[in-house]
Design a protein around this ligand. Structure first.
Ligand code: DX5
Ligand code: ZN
Length: 215
């Protein structure tokens, strides 16, 4: 079953509690939080204090997408608060295996996020240690960007490799997803669909989420 993970990057931050409750009511499966530090990406969002408060108010699993230079600074706290999913960008860490091991020891589902230009083969050697791969279909940093079709081929390769070496691996796709491109992502083997602007651009969040499941 495909899971829809709205990204609150496109929500109204002055009414965040209401937005989160509404998106839950609309049938979201997972809440996607984009953490940006102004270094790994040219934009800044929010950090640990707000993640903690969101987690306390949220009934669905929380997925923390760390677009930061030093993800290791966040992991212990995220574990304490029982965050369900955390992805770390492969491009930002030297000792990826160590950080994945820390996530696992904290009981968090461990994900590796890949920028559009990073070859999907870079996760192959560690595929048995991870729970999911987050494939970026835009360059990270901003909501509302244009979808990059190069991700299709990456999903295809990753699904084929994971079928053999880690059949439980989930593939999450993030960036520029709408009702028109979602079907192909699902057909190729995506399990978790992140969408920000598409869901929040219409007041009827339930309709938008349902469109992503059915299209
Ligand atoms: C981009 C973020 C995405 C983004 C998705 O850096 O990782 O999660 O919010 O937003 P849309 O769906 O608008 O591309
Ligand atoms: Zn994201």
């Amino acid at each position: 079953m495909i899971k829809i993970a709205p990204s609150i990057l496109s929500a109204d931050f002055t009414n965040l509690e209401k937005e989160i409750l509404n998106i839950q009511k609309a049938g979201a499966d997972i809440l996607h939080l984009d953490i940006m530090d102004g270094h790994f990406v040219p934009n800044l969002t929010f950090g640990l204090p707000l993640i903690k408060q969101i987690k306390q108010l949220c009934k669905i699993p929380v997925d923390v997408h760390l677009m930061v230079k030093n993800p290791e600074l966040y992991l212990t706290e995220l574990g304490k608060w029982k965050i369900e999913y955390v992805s770390i960008h492969q491009e930002t860490v030297i000792h990826l295996h160590r950080q994945i091991s820390i996530l696992k020891s904290l009981g968090i589902k461990a994900g590796i996020a890949l920028n559009p230009a990073t070859p999907v083969e870079t996760v192959f050697s560690i595929i048995q240690e991870i729970d999911y791969v987050l494939l970026m279909s835009v360059n990270p940093g901003f909501g509302g960007q244009k979808f990059l079709p190069l991700v299709y081929n990456k999903i295809k390769k990753l699904r084929a490799y994971s079928n053999e070496f880690n059949p439980n691996l989930k593939i999450e796709v993030d960036g520029g997803i709408n009702n028109l491109n979602v079907r192909k992502l699902i057909e190729l083997g995506a399990d978790i669909i992140v969408a920000g602007s598409y869901i929040f651009e219409d007041k009827d969040y339930k309709k938008q989420i349902d469109n992503l499941r059915l299209e």
